[in-house]
Every structure is written in structure tokens, then in C-alpha cells.
Design a protein around this ligand. Sequence first.
Ligand code: TMO
Length: 318
Amino acid sequence: MNPVKLTTMSTVLALTPLLVSAADSSDPIVIPIHNWSSQIVMSNVVGQIFESMGNNVEFVTTDSQAVYESLRLGDVTLELEVWEGAFGKSFTAALEKGGLHDAGDHDAVTREDWWYPMWSKDACPGLPDWKALNDCAELFATAETGGKGRYLDGPVDWLKHAQEKVEALEMDFVVINAGSAAALWAEIGAAEKDNRPVVVFNWTPNFAEAVWPGEFVEFPAWEDGCDKDPSLGPNPDKPHDCGNPANGYLKKAAWDGMPEKWPNAYKVLQAISFTNPQIAEMAKLVDIDELEPEDAAAEWLDANEDIWQPWVAAASGS
Ligand code: TMO
């Protein structure tokens, strides 16, 4: 190709954006997948929406804390479920370093904390107060916890700081990490058979609330910075002496390069906002109906065109 032609072509290319809206790159949009069902299904839902717009999509399984560093570097393109309780700290730290940004809130309000099914309260009627829970600690003891209560926490990458909380509040509980979300549901299901008191990590929105009525333990109320500043919360010498936010956010996050590289997909990402019932339903399709995440996503999209098609229309029409 001679230089004259090149010049002509780049002139045409330079004018193109004025005539038609910019096209998305054909490189894959990389969507990270973690270890709880709503996030996996939602990621597939959004991936299938992008594919329906002609985009290429790639899913990668990543650690749910390390993902914020990957996002800063552009190794993954977006994150669909930034839960304030579990990931607020990692997300904020990554924002301060730069390279990713807040791509807006979902409508959903979230909570993640110690939780029990209602039969635990029959055995320990002072619940949901955390001091009452602590006074009942031995009711929650098992052979492995030596007279102290057993608290089954989530997988380690959700970093709930339960051990620090137990120490800061001087609780008679032993923290055990579940290997997977499924291990939490197995623990509740096994306890249900003989109404054995249990306390486990749980969250909302989730499928579990439709299966096992229950409540969150009420710890000293969350104050911003309670996870860092010892002076906040009842123990003046230690951080982590309060509950997680009771009305937490659920955010979307994006790599800073996304708007320029995939402008149409980015507009859809901005428009996306899921509600509590929608997210609980996504988890249910996998955890109760036992669909594969991909099929759960296809089913969700089929049943909810009125919800997601306007997001796509708004992005392409403007
Ligand atoms: C991150 N999670 C929703 C499982 O708490």
C-alpha cells in the first residue's frame, strides 16, 4: 500500500465516528467468575447480553479479592458484584491506586454477616443480639470446638474478619472457614433435621431466604472505618468490633479502558441494575433448580426480556 492511499484511509477513518457510532473492539470482554451462584449467573447473563450485541466474551475464574488488582490492570474488563461487606475494602484500595472505576450501583441493598435459621432462636431466645448469642455459645459447640460455639464462616477469599471480630468482642466462638458456599447450605440442611442450633455466614439477596427463614446477628452497628480504626466500636483497642453494613451497596466496576475499547457494551454496563428479588432468583436457578450457570442465565434472559432489552436499546439508540 502506498503512502498516499494510507493518508486517504486514515482521513476516512477519522471521519467515521462523526457518521456512525463507534464499534466495539472484537477482542473478548473478559468477565471474572467467583464462588457464589448469583455472581456466576449474573456474569453469564451479562455475557450473553454482550454476545447478543455481537461482542466476544471470555470468562475467567478468579479470586474475589485479587480481582480488583486484575481490573486495575485491564486483565479483566469488569466486575458485576462488588459487595460492600466483603469487598468494599479491596475495591476502595484499588480505586485509590487507579485504573478502574465505579460503574454504578445496582438497585439491590445487601447484607453479609453471621446468620442463623429460626430454630436457633428457639434455643437461644435472646437472639438476634450478639451478646445473647455469646451467652448461648455452648449451644453451638461441637466435638471439634471444645465447649466454645462453632461459627461456620464463608470461604477465606471473602475475608470476613470473623476471627478479628471474635477477638475484639471477646466471644466464646471458634471460627471455621467453609471450603465453598455449598458447604454452608449443607451445614444448615443437616442442622434442620434435628433443629440443632447453628450460626453461619450468609447474605442477602440470596436463595437461602426463601428456603430457611432466619435472621442476621445484630452486632454493634457498622461505622465507616470500623475495620481499620480501633477507636470505633465498643472495644477502644481493636478494629473489627462491629457488624458489617446492614444496608450495604452492590456496585459494578469497570477497567478504565473499557469505555473507549467497547463503548456500546460499556453503555449497557452502566444501564444494568438488578434488584434483590432478581439476584435471589439467579441464585435459586442454580442452588435449588440445579441448572448449569449458562443455562440458568439463558432461562433468566428468556423470562425477563422486558428488563434487559431496554438496557440494550438505550445503549444503541443514543
Ligand atoms: C460475597 N458474598 C455475597 C458471598 O458475601
